[in-house]
Design a binder for this molecule. Structure first.
Ligand SMILES: N[C@@H](CCC(=O)N[C@@H](CS)C(=O)NCC(=O)O)C(=O)O
Length: 202
């Protein structure tokens, strides 16, 4: 009997969204254990050295870090298309987008979103301009090729999309978003994918 995948997740966590999108893209059945961010279950605490979501359990394999989980999922046998491109150059591009999203975009997004309520004033100075520069970078690539790597949907899109979505859901929506039509088009088309509709379903 096939071992069923279990993921410890939190509906609104963008990292956990990456994993659910990848699983839906690959049409791999999975069970979701919905965690409470303020009170993680003892099982999750025992399995994850840093006590975070997402975490995937597949038989004896316990895997954490969203971008490592999505690669694991993509490597599982499936008749669905690979989310990681085949060429070494494009694979590296996917990982560079992931690195940029985790190390640059997400920290700036947090500073833009929460401002001095959570961060020292010095770290928040010029943050709107930084977000605009990040969107310029995304828009230039998306205008040229429609997706972040090559002309096909890939793990780069899976990894970056939940964070761009988070930015555009800040209320009121940042006015500068409207200046980046290629980003909006990309966001809207990803939002219509079956995998994403399933992931965001309440
Ligand atoms: N680098 C991790 C980040 C995961 C992460 O930060 N998850 C948040 C929820 S969105 C979390 O579990 N936070 C709980 C905590 O840090 O105590 C990944 O990519 O999976």
């Amino acid at each position: 009997m096939e071992t069923r995948i279990k993921i410890y997740s939190y509906r609104r966590c963008p990292f956990a969204m990456r994993v659910r999108i990848a699983l839906h893209e690959k049409k791999i059945p999975f069970e979701v254990i919905e965690e409470d961010l303020k009170n993680f279950s003892p099982e999750l605490r025992a399995l994850h050295p840093e006590a975070k979501v997402p975490l995937l359990v597949h038989g004896e394999n316990v895997i954490y870090e969203s971008a490592i989980i999505t690669e694991y999922v993509d490597d599982l046998p499936s008749i669905e298309k690979k989310l990681m491109p085949a060429s070494p150059a494009e694979r590296a591009q996917v990982r560079l987008w992931t690195y940029w999203c985790n190390q640059v975009f997400k920290p700036d997004l947090d500073r833009f979103k929460y401002g001095t309520a959570r961060f020292p004033e010095g770290e928040c100075q010029g943050i709107e301009m930084k977000m605009i520069q990040h969107l310029q970078k995304l828009d230039a690539v998306l205008f040229r090729q429609g997706h972040l790597v090559g002309s096909e949907f890939s793990l780069a899109d899976v990894h970056v999309f939940p964070f761009v979505r988070q930015l555009s859901r800040i209320q009121p929506e940042p006015e500068f978003m409207a200046k980046f039509p290629a980003v909006l088009k990309w966001r809207d088309s990803i939002q219509q994918r079956r995998s994403v509709l399933e992931t965001l379903k309440k």
